[in-house]
Design a protein around this ligand. Structure first.
Ligand SMILES: [Fe+2]
Length: 212
């Protein structure tokens, strides 16, 4: 079982703030039965963390813990018109994790998603349940375009507002992937530990196998 979508690398974004915190997050993952984790720091039009820097941090963390870690990004969708999406994929795969804008209700997601697919990439939409302006109809449309849908376990276990939890429950059937979107050891202790069963059938591990 793999945890998908995490902010586990230290000092890169609003996730783990130190190597110690990253190690603590991995200790939680091991205890919960995970075999690997996908690190997906934020990428936006203004800042894309350098991949070599991410690889170095990953290698250090891997040495310290012996845990399997692959690198990707959580790409704000407006980044795609500024940065080459080929450089923002999940390591060793054609998958790219994308995030909708939080406040732009009129944002046209169809065009960038279709463009990714035209290039032979496979977009994965992060946590649609967390966006108030995204409806069930949107989620169906996005799936229809060919993107995969990823829910946050934390949404299902009450880590955000009640409305987010309700939407996550409703989208469960349509969801392809489960992830934690963990930003801290506390996220694992309080929210992910209560929802490990949600990964069943929605584990990134099997997609990763297909990619190799
Ligand atoms: Fe995230």
């Amino acid at each position: 079982m793999w945890d998908f979508h995490t902010h586990i690398l230290p000092g890169i974004d609003d996730g783990a703030s130190s190597m110690e915190e990253s190690i603590e997050m991995i200790e939680h993952l091991k205890k919960l039965g995970f075999e690997g984790v996908v690190a997906t720091p934020h990428a936006n039009p203004m800042y894309v963390p350098d991949r070599h820097m991410l690889e170095e941090l990953r290698d250090r963390l891997k040495r310290e813990t012996g845990f399997d870690i692959i690198i990707g990004y959580e790409v704000a969708m407006d980044t795609l018109s500024v940065h080459d999406p080929e450089k923002l994929t999940i390591e060793g795969t054609r998958f790219i994790l994308v995030e909708l804008p939080w406040f732009d209700e009129k944002f046209d997601y169809e065009k960038p998603l279709l463009e990714l697919i035209r290039r032979g990439l496979r977009p994965i939409l992060a946590h649609p349940e967390r966006h108030d302006h995204i409806t069930m109809e949107d989620v169906k449309r996005i799936k229809g375009i060919g993107a995969l849908i990823q829910l946050n376990v934390k949404s299902l276990t009450g880590g955000y507002r009640r409305e987010v939890q309700r939407r996550a429950m409703r989208y469960m059937e349509m969801a392809d992937l489960m992830g934690s979107d963990a930003h801290s050891p506390e996220d694992y202790a309080r929210f992910i530990s209560k929802g490990v069963e949600y990964y069943e059938g929605k584990d990134f591990g099997r997609y990763k196998e297909q990619a190799h």
